[in-house]
Ligand binder design. Structure first.
Ligand code: TRP
Ligand code: SF4
Length: 403
């Protein structure tokens, strides 16, 4: 494996239009850092948007361009990262289809987001084929680029896990070189009847049900065999994990450091809660939003002492303030030494300082809107090279390379 492919990172975001500080602290800031350390592919997952929004497709186009503009404003840099749009890349659909042939239905049904989201989005009919299959589409997104690292939030880790299982199964089914299976079968016979039966059963439990304990038990069983050669042990271990030749490497979740960006009301920042600061808010809008923030309800008058841990403004100090200023808040609030507006002032300044370079880049983009199209055209061209290489291997492995 080449060193760049070893360090390839891929992540996607559904097109949601304008982004806010929650996206910045939760995702984009991390991407901006990663793009200097890895070969990064970041894409707009517009097909993923359809899995839940198939009834209102008209807004998607706008959301795509607005979101891309915000990525760039936040510092995602097309000269460091490959930026592309999923629906321009039919290879995602092709790989998704091929993977769907060999993905057991229960693997999809037990993905936690499947039931959770159906519960949460009750007003929508999500008993669709596309919705059940969307984690597998995500697997195709990842495997198509042989990405080793997938920066995601905790809610997406199960999808990366699924991807690993799917890759393992794919390699197991299609990655074995000629003669591998026969050699494995002979090695199994050499274990003796009883161990052989246990091995086969554990292997099935691991490969079909994803039972990790079964894998560990089987590995120990193989290592403990005294009457088989080292080569046979390696075959048996490889066969346990479906390894032969690895065509689609297993990715790893790169868990984004849990940056739970608090919103204006203390809850998590989210557009739907109406508690967000947009990356495009002007400085007076930011000031107004922060000034209007609720504070500790016990502080009715300026002379009442307050308790920062009961105040949403404090949550922002935890993001933006250093130790000294936090002490100033703690002591000033508890002794009624400072007023709430005074306490909010440094937050307003910190947010506006953070947004200033973004506003500048955004203005540049607005002066030159064609830039967005050409960035995507270039990104898609680069992504296509990688995707086509993978698909050539996949088609070959699946016996589909004839013409
Ligand atoms: N499912 C992700 C989300 O809803 C977006 C996504 C699609 C993604 N494909 C991906 C993330 C591949 C990482 C890798 O947020
Ligand atoms: Fe909140 Fe600051 Fe007012 Fe205390 S002084 S209640 S921390 S805004």
């Amino acid at each position: 494996m080449s060193s760049t492919a070893d360090k390839r990172v891929l992540s996607g975001m559904r097109p949601t239009g304008r982004l806010h500080l929650g996206h910045y602290h939760g995702v984009l800031k991390n991407w901006v850092k990663l793009q200097h350390e890895y070969e990064c592919f970041f894409f707009i997952a517009d097909w993923h948007a359809l899995t839940t929004h198939y009834e209102d497709v008209r807004g998607i186009e706008n959301s795509v361009w607005e979101m891309l503009a915000d990525w760039l404003a936040a510092g995602v840099d097309p000269s460091h990262a490959v930026l592309f749009v999923q629906s321009r890349m039919p290879q995602h659909a092709e790989l998704h289809l091929l993977l769907s042939m060999m993905t057991p239905l229960p693997w999809l049904e037990r993905v936690p987001t499947y039931k959770d989201q159906q519960e949460q989005l009750k007003e929508k009919d999500l008993a669709t084929y596309g919705f059940l299959g969307y984690p597998l589409l995500q697997s195709a997104d990842i495997l198509l680029y042989k990405a080793r690292h997938v920066p995601v939030g905790a809610d997406q880790v199960a999808h990366v896990e699924l991807t690993r299982e799917v890759a393992r199964r794919f390699n197991h089914l299609f990655g074995r070189e000629p003669g591998f299976q026969e050699a494995v079968d002979q090695a199994i016979d050499k274990m003796g009847k009883k161990s052989a039966r246990v091995y086969v059963d554990l292997r099935r439990r691991y490969q079909e049900l994803g039972d990790a304990d079964a894998l560990a038990t089987a590995q120990a069983l193989v290592r403990d065999q005294s009457n088989i050669t080292l080569g046979d042990k390696e075959r048996l271990l490889g066969a346990l994990e479906g390894l032969g030749k690895i065509i689609l490497p297993e990715p790893q979740a790169l868990l984004t450091p849990a940056a739970r960006m608090p919103g204006l009301d203390g809850r998590k920042m989210a557009k739907s809660y109406g508690n967000a600061i947009s990356l495009r808010d002007e400085s007076d809008v930011v000031a107004e939003k922060v000034r209007k923030m609720p504070t500790d309800t016990a502080r009715v008058r300026r002379t009442d002492a307050g308790e920062p841990t009961r105040c949403p403004v404090w949550a922002l100090h935890e993001v933006y303030s250093d130790e000294a200023r936090r002490t100033w808040v703690m002591e000033g609030c508890r002794s009624a030494g400072i007023g709430c507006l005074e306490c909010k002032k440094p937050i307003i300044d910190a947010i506006n300082d953070e947004l200033a370079p973004m506003r500048q880049r955004a203005a540049e983009i607005e002066r030159n809107p064609d830039m967005l199209r050409s960035i995507i055209a270039e990104g898609c061209a680069r992504a296509r090279e990688v995707a086509e290489d993978t698909m050539d291997e996949v088609r070959e492995a699946m016996g589909l390379a004839y013409r």
